[in-house]
Design a protein around this ligand. Structure first.
Ligand SMILES: NC(=O)C1=CN([C@@H]2O[C@H](COP(=O)(O)OP(=O)(O)OC[C@H]3O[C@@H](n4cnc5c(N)ncnc54)[C@H](O)[C@@H]3O)[C@@H](O)[C@H]2O)C=CC1
Ligand SMILES: Nc1nc(=O)c2c([nH]1)NC[C@@H]1CN(c3ccc(C(=O)N[C@@H](CCC(=O)O)C(=O)O)cc3)CN21
Length: 274
């Protein structure tokens, strides 16, 4: 069974929601959205770390206003026992400060933390709507010496994720690949957010792909169990499952699952120990 992590959005009330639904010891990664800023990510990350969760804040390069802000963030991580971050470019059209891309941010994280912080980076099995595939690969090659693993963008096809992991190996990227998988999220929310974060094309493709794929998008919630079972057929390709929960945490723990549905619809029931 794969180790798992849950990605959450630092919305109002999220700490209470997590403590009510997610067992201590779970690894939680905290997004950094342009309209939220990094302050919100860090406040929630520190609170959850102090409660006993293993926490990974996302740091968006373009959202940082100055180097001193990064120094403060790393000091807060150190004080809260946070030993890992996820470094991404950031969706803002322009950099707010000195970092335009993830690698520049990673160089300073490595330097200021003395190498004491692990850094995850993003991967795109289906490409990126506004960045060419070769540029993404070049960026990954430039980042890998500072990175500990790749987390893929949300993807709905096991072969696509497995082929992507194979492609990275052939191109000289040796990092472990965590598969980014949507949790049991209401289908309408998934379609709306998928379009917003650039996986709309993949969702559209899925909806035209015949009965099996259509089943993924029918019903009230997306069910990741089939995708995970397919990923498990080639355990050497992916290192773990990164669930995009979109804060659907009671579904994640299986609490909202009606007794008639298989227990595997909940995230916790397919969790492995990290
Ligand atoms: N996959 C994920 O989980 C997440 C992805 N993203 C977004 O994906 C994009 C790429 O992020 P990284 O892979 O960390 O890139 P990166 O910072 O390592 O840069 C990779 C390449 O993409 C270009 N690029 C980076 N951000 C861009 C942007 N906002 N618009 C246009 N081109 C951009 C860079 O110039 C470079 O050629 C960003 O827009 C990022 O915010 C954001 C949050 C999470
Ligand atoms: N390009 C890109 N940007 C991202 O930020 C991102 C990705 N891709 N890929 C994977 C995850 C998923 N992301 C997201 C994006 C939006 C919401 C979201 O729920 N947005 C709400 C607002 C939430 C709030 O303000 O509390 C929305 O309605 O837009 C969640 C996770 C973050 N990550």
């Amino acid at each position: 069974m794969f180790p798992t992590r849950l990605e959450i959005i630092p919305s109002e009330g999220i700490v209470e929601k997590v403590t009510a639904a997610v067992p201590l010891g779970t690894t939680l990664t905290i997004t950094c959205l342009p309209h939220h800023g990094i302050g919100r990510t860090m406040r929630v990350a520190v609170q959850l770390a102090e409660l006993g969760y293993t926490v990974v804040p996302h740091l968006a390069a373009r959202a940082l206003q100055q180097r001193a802000q990064l120094v403060d963030i790393l000091r807060d991580c150190d004080a809260a026992g946070i030993r890992e971050v996820f470094a991404i470019g950031g969706d803002s059209p322009r950099a707010a400060g000195p970092y335009g891309t993830a690698v520049e941010l990673m160089e300073d994280i490595a330097q200021y933390s003395g190498g004491g912080i692990s850094i995850g980076v993003a991967g795109y099995p289906e490409g990126h709507p506004s960045v060419a595939g070769l540029d993404l690969l070049d960026a990954l090659l430039a980042k890998q010496h500072l990175a500990s693993h790749v987390v893929t963008q949300m993807c709905f096809s096991a072969p696509t994720i497995q082929d992507y992991a194979g492609l990275l190996r052939r191109e000289g990227v040796e990092l472990p690949v965590w598969a980014g998988v949507a949790g049991p999220v209401p289908r309408t929310r998934l379609v709306a957010l998928g379009t917003q974060i650039g996986v709309g094309a993949s969702l559209k493709f899925l909806s035209r792909k015949g009965p099996l794929a259509r089943r993924l998008l029918s019903g009230e919630r997306y069910q990741p169990a089939t995708l995970i079972a397919e990923l498990a057929e080639h355990p050497e390709r992916v290192a773990g499952i990164h669930f995009y929960t979109f804060n659907q945490l009671s579904a994640a723990t299986g609490e909202a699952t009606p007794p008639s549905t298989p227990a595997t619809t909940g995230l916790m029931s397919i969790r492995g120990a990290e």
